[in-house]
Ligand binder design. Structure first.
Ligand SMILES: Cc1ncc(COP(=O)(O)O)c(C=O)c1O
Length: 292
């Protein structure tokens, strides 16, 4: 499946309340969001037929759209149902779920106040985000920084915010790394291109203060799991000169789940007991075998 282009697959995509054959689920070239980056999306994962933290994702989608200045014409409950129905129709038990909302094509130009807002949900099989993830991935520092809150609606999972993520990840891959680590507009450690980051030192977790970052659903789960194990979590500003002081590092996100990091530029980390137990706990949590 991995090599089959996304536009040329079997199945159905839920579009504005109806199932459309996968290959017919198209937008017109003159769609506002394609030109002006006004789409918002989510990435959920299903495990054994259940979508983990489904309502948190649907609520965040609605919030993301509000931050972009529009209301999705479906309620959180209706978005939950669309995701569940699309998963059921796909026949998959473990899958990635991608709801996306966007401004349509009634008017072209920067202003598009009355363009129709659309919603679609697609589901596909997606295994580990990184191959051999338990070996630990490698990161390099990006040249691009996460923007200040007065330059972009940075709490929205808006498509436009991913422009610098794609640039950063391409640059990292071209240098032989798996992903990029981005600083924020002040020079603090921020996040990877699609995941938040945690460090470990002396048995405690350290993770960036989340004032400009997406409110991470996996981040919240991992903080809950750590607390359950009585591991202290320090949410604070982390500066690059601290990178050499940590012993372990991992990134978290719906797609990446918990992925150990073995290298950031010239700094080396060795996944140890804490990282490995949290990976195991997260696996149980997402499969409904543990609660936080
Ligand atoms: C830029 C970015 N940071 C962090 C995350 C992790 O967020 P979550 O755990 O809610 O998937 C994501 C994924 O949505 C992301 O795209």
């Amino acid at each position: 499946m991995a090599d089959i282009p996304f536009h040329d697959r079997d199945g159905f995509i839920w579009v504005d309340g109806e199932f459309v054959p996968w290959r017919d689920a198209k937008v017109h070239i003159l769609t506002h969001s394609l030109h002006y980056g006004s789409g918002v999306f989510e990435g959920d994962r299903a495990y054994d037929g259940e979508i983990y933290a489904l309502t948190d994702h649907s609520q965040r989608l609605v919030n993301s759209a509000k931050l972009m200045g529009y209301d999705i014409p479906f309620s959180v409950e209706e978005i939950d149902k669309a995701c569940k129905d699309t998963l059921a129709k796909s026949g998959l038990g473990s899958a990635y779920v991608r709801p996306i909302a966007w401004r349509g094509s009634e008017k072209m130009g920067v202003a598009a106040q009355n363009n129709k807002i659309h919603l679609a949900v697609a589901v596909w099989a997606w295994g580990d985000y990184f191959a051999d993830k338990m070996k630990g991935i490698t990161l390099c520092m990006s040249d691009w920084r996460r923007p200040a809150p007065d330059t972009i609606p940075c709490k929205s999972k808006g498509a436009g915010l991913y422009m610098i993520c794609t640039l950063s990840k391409h640059a990292a891959e071209n240098k032989g790394f798996n992903d990029a680590l981005m600083l924020d507009y002040q020079g603090r450690i921020a996040e990877c291109t699609g995941a938040h980051i945690f460090f470990i030192r002396d048995g405690e977790l350290h993770t960036p203060t989340n004032d400009i970052l997406l409110d991470g659903i996996t981040h919240k789960s991992v903080v809950g799991l750590a607390k359950k194990r009585k591991i202290k979590v320090n949410k604070r500003d982390i500066w690059p000169d601290e990178l050499s002081s940590f012993s372990e590092c991992f990134i978290v996100g719906t797609a990446a789940e918990i992925t150990p990091v073995r290298r950031i530029d010239d700094y080396q980390y060795v996944p140890g007991d804490i990282t490995i137990s949290l990976v195991e706990d997260y696996d149980k949590l997402t499969h409904g075998k543990l609660k936080v």
